[in-house]
Design a protein around this ligand. Structure first.
Ligand code: CMC
Length: 423
């Protein structure tokens, strides 16, 4: 008998099956052969929220939650945050290798050129109510971008798909800045002709050249957010893309998934929570409310990291550096006190709840002058290369088909329709 296999006895029938184990997984479809009787459909795996289901093979991002390891295409996040740039990381994610100097120069200038503003998207952005959440605006304008280029719908045209994927990485910074400027009641600006990616974004946001140290801090934040394997929004991008939907439709769906407070929206929720707690003295009472299940400690906990989130460690260092330039945000003290108490408390220790990327990223964004409602948009800008790389990989994966989970039906059956007057 092969050793890399699983032997299963179906106690309903007494039949035994041997299932191969590959890469630490068994194929869910292999269970289908196990039937209680002839007419039985076959056994299925039940896994709401996909907590133990592998949906794809991927060579984009390696994550070891127990060891606190995050690597893009094999390169540790710590080295990339220290030595690389967001645009270089974008190239790495998409092409699977670090660029040469000339490839990087060309990539950077292409991205800057592709930031040219689309007038119709300016109009669409301006038509939203001024109090519209910028995530909703960006989700809509990314989808609208696809309508401007009908040939982007040709899923089988790889050359065109790659061009539109690149354009999207460039345009998301423009659309994000416009969503902010619209809400602030300020004219929407075009990208500068000569700037780095984060520099161009900051200039479109605030209308002036940024302090290079602030620009670098933003670059690091974007690197940290660039990919995170099969999380909620990336899985959404893949699921939507699996229907042969183009990159705009797929990424705009990913933006919708990222919007929620349990995912990308957590950075905004952290700042709101810190503002509500207000002072360090109120922290113990807040922690008690969390333990009583009246509150969630936003920015804590992770589905995969059960030791520490390496991104949180890097962000914490960046926060210290940025605060030396901008002055310390008084809410930092509240955050530090929350972290200190939570890391000693059995409720959090026992459940392996540690600060995640969002615990400190909001404070950092705020120090960069970015308003709270834009935090999740920042996350979306950073994550776009990752979404695109994963969409691209999914598109070329021969094992993938249109995503279509199964269900256990628990509702009524075979009812007779009742006329409205008789109900
Ligand atoms: N505050 C208080 N209790 C928590 C928290 C929290 N932040 N997170 C998890 N728990 C508890 C949870 O109630 C459960 O307790 P019990 O076993 O007694 O029922 C236990 O810890 C295990 O949690 P879980 O809900 O099974 O964990 P999950 O993997 O389903 O959820 C999570 C992961 C990130 C959604 C969750 O930890 C959470 O809601 N955190 C707050 C929101 C947040 O910071 N999200 C950002 C995630 S990182 C960035 C990103 O990926 O977007």
């Amino acid at each position: 008998m092969a050793t890399d296999s699983l032997t299963v006895t179906d106690n309903r029938t007494g039949e035994t099956f041997e299932l191969p184990i590959t890469n630490g997984t068994v194929k869910a479809i292999d269970f289908r052969q196990m039937k209680a009787n002839e007419s039985d459909f076959g056994l299925m795996a039940y896994d709401p929220a996909f907590t133990n289901t592998v949906s794809c093979s991927s060579s984009v991002t390696h994550l070891d939650g127990d060891a606190g390891v995050l690597q893009y295409r094999g390169y540790p996040i710590e080295q990339l945050a220290e030595k690389s740039t967001f645009t270089e990381v974008s190239y790495l994610l998409i092409y699977g290798k670090l660029p040469t100097q000339s490839e990087l120069d060309s990539w950077n200038s292409q991205l800057l050129e592709l930031m040219a503003g689309e007038e119709v998207l300016k109009t669409i952005t301006s038509d939203f109510p001024e109090n519209a959440h910028p995530m909703g605006i960006v989700q809509a304008t990314v989808a609208a971008l696809g309508t401007l280029y009908p040939d982007s719908k040709d899923f089988d045209d790889d050359a065109a798909s790659l061009e539109y994927a690149k354009r999207l990485i460039a345009q998301i910074a423009v659309l994000g800045s416009w969503a902010y400027r619209h809400g602030a009641g300020q004219p929407l600006l075009d990208a500068p002709k000569n700037a780095s990616y984060p520099g161009a974004f900051l200039q479109m946001m605030f209308g002036e050249e940024p302090d290079p140290r602030i620009e670098r801090a933003l670059d690091i934040l974007l690197i940290l957010h660039a990919d995170h394997e099969q999380n909620c929004s990336t899985s959404t991008v893949r699921v939507v893309g699996s229907s042969d939907a183009d990159v705009h439709a797929s990424v705009s769906s990913g933006i919708g998934a990222l919007y929620g407070p349990l995912h990308g929206g957590a950075n905004e929720a952290v700042l709101q929570m810190l503002a509500r707690i207000e002072t360090k003295d109120n922290v113990p009472a807040f922690i008690e409310r969390v333990k009583d299940r009246d509150e969630l400690l936003m920015g804590f906990g992770h589905r995969v990291y059960k030791n520490f989130d390496p991104r949180a460690t890097i962000i914490k260092e960046a926060v210290d550096e940025v605060f030396q330039i901008t002055g310390v945000n008084p809410l930092l003290e509240v955050a530090q006190e929350l972290e200190k108490i939570a890391l000693e408390d059995e409720f959090f220790v026992g459940r392996k709840l540690y600060p995640n990327v969002d615990f400190y990223s909001g404070l950092l964004y705020e120090a960069l002058g970015i308003p709270t409602e834009m935090f999740t948009v920042m996350f979306a800008i950073g994550r776009t290369p990752g979404w695109v790389a994963q969409w691209w990989e999914m598109k070329h994966d021969k094992e993938q088909k249109i995503a279509r989970p199964r269900q256990v039906y628990t509702g009524d059956m075979d009812l007779d329709y009742v006329d409205i007057g008789n109900r």
